[in-house]
Design a protein around this ligand. Structure first.
Ligand SMILES: Cc1ncc(COP(=O)(O)O)c(C=O)c1O
Length: 380
């Protein structure tokens, strides 16, 4: 079945009890125990931290979409990512791509460092950098492609094969692409993580995280962490994401088409010095991206000639909300130096090319012509 159809026909089309078209929100924290004999309950649901019907529906939907065995929902993308890092132990070493979401790097370099887990960041555009960073205690590899905020591409298949060969647990953040455009487990990943706050939820009205494991065994281990850390979402938020996923195809297809038009238009603007979008002819790793994803997505960034022009853009743009986050129906623009990359050192920002003039855009569902006209007045 194609992903577009699978977004709708997901095994949870109707409520088995009533025939209602959709998943029911079970607003409950606990479930009646029918048998009080000794030992753990054999009932499907017992206490909502460990398992819950609305959550289970969402978890099964995302697991199927990501071609994985088990899905897990968390209270935020960071809760999902932190819980996955909980699979590591003191003394372990993890290799992470240098341009992953700032929050993921922050938790590795702060909380998990204190727990005795060491992180090495590498430029994952060259897979050999990963091979070279592997040490006897290396246990995991963490990747994101396209990267945030410069849309750099990592050859996932090659890097994940290196991880498999070395016996590493491989984790990919698939937030920017979603399973509609890219399925990292099919490219060799062990775990996929998501900020469902973004394209999966799709309406800037819910904070939620997801993780999917390749195998049921890894799923068992992650379930212990989900149940014991307890960083779970509530049923209404789970339902909002279930609903959001149904329209992912139409949203993302439209957002992607508009992103392509906007990127082409930005390229020729006199006050724009660079445009970063994997769908552009001039993107250095376009071929790699096209081999591993079925579209360029709806995220792009660009640099203005001067800092003043960037600041003026944020002030004058009307159709794009200047805000953190991405993946909503409205276009959202953010300033990486003061938002997603605020914890990145100035030296690292300089090395990575995350300048004061960099503007990130998450393209929404407005008409392309209106967005271009608005960007034009804000940039000129
Ligand atoms: C790529 C990516 N991963 C993870 C996260 C964290 O997700 P959340 O904000 O839902 O905790 C974000 C948030 O911006 C993100 O952009």
């Amino acid at each position: 079945m194609n992903k577009g159809t699978q977004l709708i026909h997901n095994g949870h089309e109707t409520d088995p009890l009533t025939g209602a078209l959709g998943v029911t929100v079970y607003q409950t924290s606990t479930f009646l125990r029918k048998d009080m004999s000794l030992g753990p309950s054999s009932q499907p649901f017992d206490y909502s931290r460990g398992g819950h019907p609305t959550r289970q529906a969402l978890e099964e939907i995302i697991a199927a979409l990501e071609n994985g065995a088990k899905g897990f929902a968390f209270g935020s993308g960071m809760a999902a990512i932190s819980s996955v890092f909980g699979l590591l132990s003191t003394g372990d070493h993890i290799i992470a791509a240098e341009e992953i979401y700032g929050g993921s790097l922050f938790i590795l370099n702060n909380f998990y460092k204190r727990m005795g887990i060491e992180t090495t960041v590498v430029d994952s555009r060259n897979p050999e950098n990963i091979r070279r960073a592997i040490k006897p205690n290396t246990k995991a590899l963490y990747l994101e492609s396209p990267s945030n905020p410069l849309l750099k591409i990592t050859d996932l298949k090659t890097c994940l094969a290196i991880a498999r060969e070395a016996g590493l647990l491989s984790i990919v953040d698939n937030t920017f692409m979603t399973p509609y455009l890219q399925q990292p487990i099919s490219l060799g990943a062990d775990i996929v993580v998501h900020s469902a706050t973004k394209f999966l939820g799709g309406h800037s009205d819910v904070v939620l995280g997801l993780a999917v494991t390749r195998t049921p065994e890894l799923g068992e281990r992650l379930h212990v962490i989900q149940n014991s850390f307890g960083a779970i979402p509530g049923p209404w938020d789970e339902w909002l994401v279930i609903r959001g996923i149904k329209t992912l195809k139409v949203r993302l297809e439209t957002q992607q088409t508009t992103a392509g038009k906007l990127a082409e238009w930005l390229l020729q603007h006199k006050n724009v010095t660079a445009v970063y979008y994997p769908g552009l002819e001039n993107h250095p790793d376009r071929a790699i991206h096209e081999a591993q994803a079925s579209g360029a997505g709806a995220m792009l960034s660009f640099k203005t000639k001067t800092v003043e022009q960037a600041l003026c853009f944020y002030k004058r743009v009307e159709l794009a909300a200047a805000a953190p986050s991405l993946g909503g129906v409205e276009t959202i623009t953010s300033r990486p130096v003061t938002m997603s990359n605020i914890a990145t050192s100035a030296a690292d920002r300089e090395r990575l090319g995350i300048t004061d003039t960099l503007v990130r855009v998450a393209v929404g569902l407005e008409d392309a012509e209106d967005l271009i006209a608005d960007f034009d007045q804000a940039l000129s």
